[in-house]
Design a protein around this ligand. Structure first.
Ligand code: BES
Ligand code: MN
Ligand code: MN
Length: 451
């Protein structure tokens, strides 16, 4: 039995303790939990044997930085992860409480189990195993773990853009994505970007009786619906002038590779999503719609009367939370400008619409033709006994674009989540065999990198 097998139950206890901390970054009442989670990560890194581990304070939640630089002449890896999680709601749809981890079958259920505490913990335990068994690492490593990935906070971005000497590295390694299918080792080479904001719409100066004024008064909720329908049609095509101008089509080689992936549309629709039908641009393959095309989604609409029973009112104001996902080579500022102009153009008379950006992140696309990605594919292959596939993902990890642009380093996205992990949803889980194999795969990766 190797170190990793011997220590499985301790690793699981550690992960459980991490998952018990409700470090929800988007809700300010959880600030103390955020700090506890940061401190937990710092302690784990110290216990793993890293030479320094400290909190970096800034305008947002603390970053955790740690390093071990005892392999002169060898490459330096920058591990990235996030200790913050999404809110657990709707809480009553969880089979076990979101912050009381429960193992059912081969899965551990808790908010953050897959996204991203379980995967961040994989990186820490991989390094721990190598340090405890050999007293050293085959390469130099740094850790930069953040606490506001899920709320689009800018602490890490500002920090990385300041290019501190201590972030000097040859590649970033991110474990915060999914495997395409169970047992299919996967490297993700592209992420969508995002612009997320709130659309404030105001009509009359006060709420109005819908019988006395209906037919004459502007209705902000109706206006939101009209704006949304003007911006995206029933075929999922976005009608924002100029929006597709920079959208790069995937290469023929990438398209072929995607067509060979084990993807069953019916299963994806009915089992994984629990829906009746797919929507989106006709004629564009599903994976391409998810990975290589921009989207526009509404996440919530607030306004009017939503309590029990009926109330005949025309609300004076309403708000919609909206985001658009961007793909290479769209640019945040340009896309935001286009979106603002399109909202203005689509705003019906009688109401005023104002869009305020909450956060934004650039899309990223990495050329897989470099040794850091090849070695990762080799490590995954050794642990999962299958050739790794290269995919993109529709999700966003804003810092990946910044690593590329500010530090000039590629990111290796070797994720161990599964498509049905319920990220951001009730009953999030992490597949324990992936947790344990993930730890060994990352350790193997460092060994291969060190030659
Ligand atoms: N880990 C996810 C992103 C992800 C999920 C990548 C699945 C690949 C596969 C990350 O924590 C996330 O949820 N990011 C947010 C972006 C953020 C700016 C709010 C997202 O994609 O909505
Ligand atoms: Mn994540
Ligand atoms: Mn997430």
């Amino acid at each position: 039995m190797n170190y990793y097998q011997q220590h499985q139950s301790r690793f699981l206890e550690g992960l459980t303790a991490f998952l018990r901390i409700p470090s929800i970054s988007t809700l300010s009442e959880h600030k103390p939990d955020i700090r506890r989670a940061a401190e937990f990560v710092r302690q784990e890194l110290l216990a793993a044997g890293l030479t320094t581990a400290e909190l970096i304070e800034g305008q947002g939640n603390p970053l955790v930085y740690a390093e071990w630089l005892g392999a002169p002449g060898k490459p330096t890896i920058l591990f990235y992860g996030h200790y913050d999680v999404q809110p657990p709601d709707p809480v009553d749809e969880w089979m076990s409480p979101p912050f009381e981890p429960q193992i059912r079958g081969n899965d551990i259920f808790a908010r953050g189990s897959s996204d991203d505490k379980g995967q961040t913990y994989i990186q820490i335990k991989a390094v721990e195993g190598l340090l405890k068994t050999t007293g050293k690492l085959p390469v130099n490593v740094r850790f930069l773990i953040e606490g506001e990935e899920e709320c689009g906070g800018e602490h890490i971005e500002a920090y990385v853009k300041s290019k501190p000497p201590r972030l000097k590295a040859d590649a970033a390694v991110v474990c915060d994505t999914e495997m395409f299918a169970p047992d299919l080792p996967t490297i993700c080479v592209g992420l969508r970007g995002i612009v997320y904001g709130e659309l404030f719409v105001e009509g009359a100066s006060h709420d109005l009786h819908s019988g006395m004024y209906g037919g004459a008064a502007p209705n902000p909720i109706q206006a939101i619906a009209e704006i949304l329908c003007a911006l995206k049609d029933r075929d999922g095509h976005i009608h924002i002038p100029g929006f597709y101008d920079r959208v790069a089509a995937p290469s023929p080689k990438e398209r072929e590779a995607w067509a060979r992936l084990p993807f069953r549309e019916k299963e994806f629709t009915e089992q994984e999503m629990g829906a009746d039908a797919l929507v989106g641009e006709p004629g564009v393959p599903v994976l391409e719609r998810l990975w290589a095309r921009p989207t526009l989604e509404v996440h919530g609409i607030r306004g009017g009367f939503t309590a029990e029973g009926a109330k005949t009112v025309i609300p004076a104001r309403a708000v919609a939370k909206i985001s658009t996902r961007l793909v290479a080579d769209q640019r945040i500022d340009e896309a935001t400008g286009q979106l603002l102009a399109a909202i203005e153009g689509a705003c019906p008379k009688g109401v005023k619409a104002e869009f305020k950006v909450l956060h934004a992140g650039a899309p990223s696309l990495t050329n897989p033709d470099n040794r850091f990605i090849r070695d990762a594919a080799e490590a995954m292959k050794q642990l999962f006994a299958k050739e790794a596939v290269y995919i993109r993902s529709g999700g966003s990890i804003p810092i990946v674009g910044v690593f590329d642009q500010a530090l000039g380093i590629p990111s290796v996205l070797m994720g161990f989540g599964l498509p049905d992990d319920n990220l951001h949803a009730p009953n999030e889980k992490f597949h324990l065999p992936n947790f344990f194999r993930g730890i060994e795969a990352v350790a193997r990766y460092l060994e291969i990198l060190g030659g």
